[in-house]
Design a protein around this ligand. Structure first.
Ligand code: SF4
Length: 483
């Protein structure tokens, strides 16, 4: 170990297949490069005697040979970043530098991660991070630390000052956990099904420390669904409005956000400019399949819900998935039509993806339907923007065609034009709508090209006979796809 302050290098690994989010690639994509809150949060847990350096590879991959030699490298990774995290781990370990990995993927695939890094932190880091640092300095780093679920007062403010000013949005987390238990979602497994809400005063203080003027609230279910949860959301919005931070924010909410006029009024006053709503499927059969019947409880009129939110000058981005078992040919058109009918300002369509640790993973694995299964390299495809599992009835070509049709219809120039006009007539600023629509259009066109390549290279793995030839090095194919 060095004699000066111990040095911690925290890295958010890149994913070559998601590289279109690279901020430098396009001025639109600056709005899609999300600031990596997880490493900022770990930095916030690190005692001041450590010097801390943060690297977000989304902004570009640095030359690590030129860096000050760290005493510890820490990484957190979503599943799609796991492969790159392991590459980095191999590089640093070959130089004798210990590597610790945490986050959702390491938690869900402990054995895999453990065989590639020196130590794994499972679940939330708050309860164990200082112990990890103490142990590494004492030369007794353990193979595994289980943080469990943090008490709400253990959550400390993230370090918002350690990354370059290259992001359109800062990031903050105000709640953890979700009680809704959708079958494809890892949140209730990783963060628990108990909804934990940080005190409003802590959030206001942290909000002020964010250098960006726009903020993404990363909570998976920001306002909650129960009466007490909604009360707390209102309390937070009042506190943010009173603090007059001047910041604008966007967050992920369930559709019940549109049920409460006072909630939306306070949200707007506190700086809300937009929200992501997970509609997931345009059919009640689809919602039943994924266990999200909540969306249509009490015969909810989704179009009216969207309109009520927009009436407060808040933009709505609707999220959907293609590839549910109940989906049949024409689903792409049906989703585009539903997004249009609900009147959302922008749409985000993803492939229905079995992420490790979820109930969907167990189900599809049990049915031998996971096509992209040469791990860890295939984790790079688990971006939700590539099909990774065989559909019950549709072929890979058909599923991809549905995605292309859906995006092609929704993001036609004519439809974007009418959405902008409608938004203006309804009194919403066109600024974010234009950015979101043109950025999504650009990326959907680029992905349509990638899908042709993907099918050519990987289509054989989706054949009905199933099965793959076992682990192999597909880095050449991946860089082909990334072009
Ligand atoms: S509502 Fe959202 S966060 Fe909660 S389980 Fe469903 S997808 Fe996950």
């Amino acid at each position: 170990m060095s004699e000066k302050s111990p040095h911690l290098l925290l890295i958010n690994p890149s994913n070559v297949l998601a590289s279109m989010a690279k901020a430098s690639g396009s001025r639109w994509n600056r709005f899609r490069a999300w600031k990596p809150l997880s490493i900022m949060a770990v930095a916030g847990l690190t005692p001041p005697e450590w010097s801390v350096q943060l690297i977000d590879e989304t902004l570009g991959i640095p030359d690590y040979d030129e860096f000050e030699r760290p005493d510890l490298v820490g990484m957190t990774a979503f599943t799609s970043q796991a492969n790159r995290a392991y590459e980095l781990a191999a590089y640093f370990r070959s130089r004798g530098i210990p590597v610790v990995m945490g986050g959702i993927h390491a938690t869900m695939c402990v054995d895999e991660a453990s065989s590639r890094v020196d130590s794994v932190v499972t679940r939330e880091a708050e309860g164990v991070w200082e112990q990890v640092l103490t142990d590494v300095l004492a030369g007794r780093l353990q193979r595994r630390y289980d943080g469990g679920l943090a008490e709400i007062d253990e959550i400390r403010p993230a370090r918002h000052d350690l990354l370059p000013p290259d992001y359109a949005f800062g990031a903050i987390q105000t709640t953890r956990g979700c009680q809704l238990n959708c079958n494809f979602c890892s949140v209730p497994i990783f963060n628990g099904s108990k909804y934990r809400q940080r005190p409003a005063a802590d959030i206001v203080k942290e909000f002020r420390s964010i250098p960006e003027n726009r903020v993404l609230i990363v909570d998976d279910n920001f306002v909650g669904t129960g009466a007490a949860q909604i009360r707390r959301a209102k309390e937070l919005f009042r506190a943010l409005a009173d603090a007059n931070t001047g910041k604008r924010w966007i967050g992920q909410v369930t559709v019940n956000f549109g049920d409460d006029e006072e909630l939306m009024t306070l949200a707007k006053r506190s700086g809300c400019i937009g929200c992501f709503v997970g509609f997931e499927s345009p059919t009640s059969e689809g919602l039943a399949e994924i266990n999200k019947k909540f969306n249509v409880l009490k015969d909810r009129d989704l179009r009216a819900s969207v309109r009520r939110i927009q009436a407060h000058g808040i933009m709505v981005v609707g999220s959907f998935m293609i590839g549910l078992d109940v989906d049949t040919p024409g689903i792409g058109d049906r989703i585009a039509a539903a997004a249009d009918w609900y009147g959302v300002d922008n749409m985000n369509v993803l492939f229905y993806t079995p992420l490790p640790g979820t109930r969907l993973w167990d189900q599809m694995k049990g049915q031998h339907r996971i096509a992209m299964d040469s791990f860890p390299s295939d984790w790079q495809y688990y971006t939700l923007t590539y099909p990774v599992a065989r559909h019950q009835t549709m072929s890979l070509s058909e599923i991809i065609a549905e995605m292309i049709t859906c995006n092609g219809t929704y993001y036609s120039l004519r439809n974007i034009f009418w959405r902008m006009i409608t938004g203006l007539i309804q009194g919403r600023s066109p600024f974010y709508g234009v950015i979101a629509n043109f950025s999504s259009r650009r990326n959907s066109i680029a992905f349509a090209r990638r899908y042709a390549k993907f099918e050519e290279l990987e289509g054989w793995r989706f054949s009905r006979s199933g099965g793959t030839s076992g682990p192999r090095d597909n880095r050449g194919l991946l860089s082909d796809l990334a072009r």
